[in-house]
Design a protein around this ligand. Structure first.
Ligand SMILES: Cc1cc2nc3c(=O)[nH]c(=O)nc-3n(C[C@H](O)[C@H](O)[C@H](O)COP(=O)(O)OP(=O)(O)OC[C@H]3O[C@@H](n4cnc5c(N)ncnc54)[C@H](O)[C@@H]3O)c2cc1C
Length: 491
């Protein structure tokens, strides 16, 4: 195990993509095996923060004192099982490396949180999702088994379906025989397709689902077994520009409806893998890097459709009919006919959050970014509300994201304290509106340290106490992920 205590060597580990300042730790431990993770926990006193690749955007990996444990050396792809379509990896394996390995076997891992430098343990801890969740769901839907080390150094194997809750409690034994029994929170999760807010809840909860999305507060994930799918035979995709915003929304709704209907009925036809949105400010911003981005449009939609040799032509016709029906600017739009074209489009999509973050750092600006999703039926009204308030505010803003899942990232970029205050108030208005419409305050980035007050707004005192009770059943001394998700006063 590598131990570092020199402040200079710790520096890179004190921040993540949230850019929140003030991260501090006494020491950094870098275990190389699961046993060493358990030893690292046993050898530390007080708070422990788990560090993945620090691509998280809400400060979950930013330490607030104590020990940092980095999983970066658990970076082995342990096995790929072609028949069972599964892959087993150490928690520190990067998503990019996993994708490369499974795709070379003709397999494919659908969750795609845009940023491929994240670690698989981090994606499970945050229940990462992203564009492809529109068709395939989030990380949760692919986790079959995890190995976990708890706050007391005990470890356990959690296999999907093996340990389920009963009458509101979940009980299990660790590998050393210690019994843990926890009362589960009683809230209902919002009726949205993506939600990364607080611990999983429901009628019959699987223990594995409690760890997924627990943001490093319940245990340290050391190994993960994930389900894979067969690599799609083919696909086509495009970035389609719309002169009128209403047409863009109509197009998205039609794609959503047709995709859901075809999936439900098992019919051939439009079934988008992802449906992504760029507002005019996003297109203008991205033209810094991609000068070919056209201007003067009300927005654009980036979509992908998987195909087979037999279905390709019919699907192209079906999509073309939709472009026509909703007055898309087909001439100016971009269509990918090769892997290279698609890679370029993905770079375009990825460059957006990256460019926003670069600008924030370069101009020493602040960024207030939303991650809310609302039920399908309320999306138009929610977006209309946000767009009107953004316009009224005069604050620089950029909106893009996963419109297929009714989930957009609005980035407010205030230039001074006065604007920052107003931006923060505006964020509060968006939170309130989203909750009022049955939405979630975080659809995919999680709560971390940045958004715990909004988790409180969403769930209130009673349910925060229930979450705290659950956490303390797993981690009685409140050591893991201090400051993440649940405000200190509840613990
Ligand atoms: C440009 C950009 C775009 C992004 N787009 C998306 C997107 O579309 N969808 C999306 O979901 N996310 C997105 N993200 C966020 C990010 O990539 C994910 O949250 C990622 O899953 C975090 O992985 P990580 O290894 O970087 O974890 P970290 O940031 O290091 O940690 C995240 C949290 O998980 C905990 N943790 C990490 N590893 C473990 C472990 N092994 N065991 C237990 N807890 C652990 C940490 O303590 C922390 O609370 C984006 C980020 C960037 C920078």
């Amino acid at each position: 195990m590598i131990t570092k205590t020199d402040a200079n060597e710790l520096q890179d580990y004190l921040a993540d993509a949230s850019n929140i300042a003030g991260g501090n730790a006494d020491r950094l431990l870098i275990p190389e095996t699961r046993d060493e993770v358990a030893n690292a926990v046993g050898a530390s006193e007080g708070r422990i923060t788990i560090s993945g690749a620090r691509t998280g955007t809400v400060g979950g990996a930013v330490p607030d004192g104590g020990t940092l444990i980095s999983l970066e050396k658990l970076d082995q792809i342990l096995s790929i099982n072609k028949e069972r379509r599964s892959v087993t990896v150490g928690a520190g394996v990067l998503l990019a490396d996993l994708q490369k390995a499974v795709q070379s076997e003709g397999l494919y891992y659908p969750p795609d949180p845009t940023e491929w430098s994240c670690q698989m343990g981090g994606t499970v801890a945050t229940n990462a999702s992203g564009a492809r969740s529109f068709k395939y769901g989030s990380t949760r839907d692919f986790v079959k088994r995890i190995e976990v080390v708890l706050a007391n150094g005990d470890d356990l194997t959690v296999r999907r379906g093996n340990i389920l809750s009963n009458e509101g409690r979940i009980a299990f034994k660790t590998n050393s025989g210690t019994k843990i029994s926890a009362k589960l929170p009683t809230y209902s999760k919002p009726s949205v397709r993506k939600d990364a807010c607080g611990y999983f809840a429901g009628e019959r909860v699987d223990l594995i689902d409690l760890f997924i999305g627990s943001e490093g507060t319940l245990g340290i994930i050391t190994e993960v077994e994930l389900a894979l799918v067969k690599k799609p035979e083919g696909s086509f995709s495009g970035i389609v520009f719309f002169p009128e915003h209403d047409d863009l929304l109509g197009f998205v709704e039609a794609v959503r409806d047709e995709s859901f209907r075809n999936r439900r009925d098992g019919s051939e036809g439009i079934d988008a893998t992802f449906v992504e949105y760029f507002d005019p400010n996003s297109i203008a911003l991205i033209s810094e890097k991609f000068s070919e981005a056209p201007d003067g449009f009300a927005g654009a939609v980036f979509f992908e459709q998987e195909t087979t040799e037999e279905s390709e032509e019919e699907l192209l016709e079906a999509w073309t009919a939709l472009f026509e029906r909703f007055n898309a600017a087909v001439e100016e739009s971009w269509f990918a006919v090769s892997e290279e074209d698609l890679e370029k489009m993905k770079e375009f999509r990825h460059a957006l959050p990256v460019t926003v973050n670069e600008r924030v750092v370069r101009n020493k600006q602040r960024k207030i970014g939303t991650d809310m999703a609302v039920p399908d039926k309320n999306f138009r009204s929610f977006l209309g509300f946000c767009r009107a308030k953004l316009e009224e505010s005069g604050i620089e803003n950029v909106t893009f994201g996963h419109i297929g899942d009714c989930h957009l990232h609005i980035n407010l970029l205030p230039v001074d304290d006065e604007e920052a205050n107003r931006a923060s108030n505006l964020y509060g208005r968006f939170v309130a509106q989203s909750i009022m419409l049955g939405g979630t305050v975080s659809a995919e980035h999680g709560i971390g340290k940045l958004k715990s007050k909004y988790l409180y707004v969403m769930y209130g005192e009673r349910y925060l106490n229930e979450m705290a009770e659950l956490k303390k059943a797993f981690d009685p001394d409140v050591r893991l992920g201090f400051g993440n998700m649940i405000d200190e006063r509840f613990l």
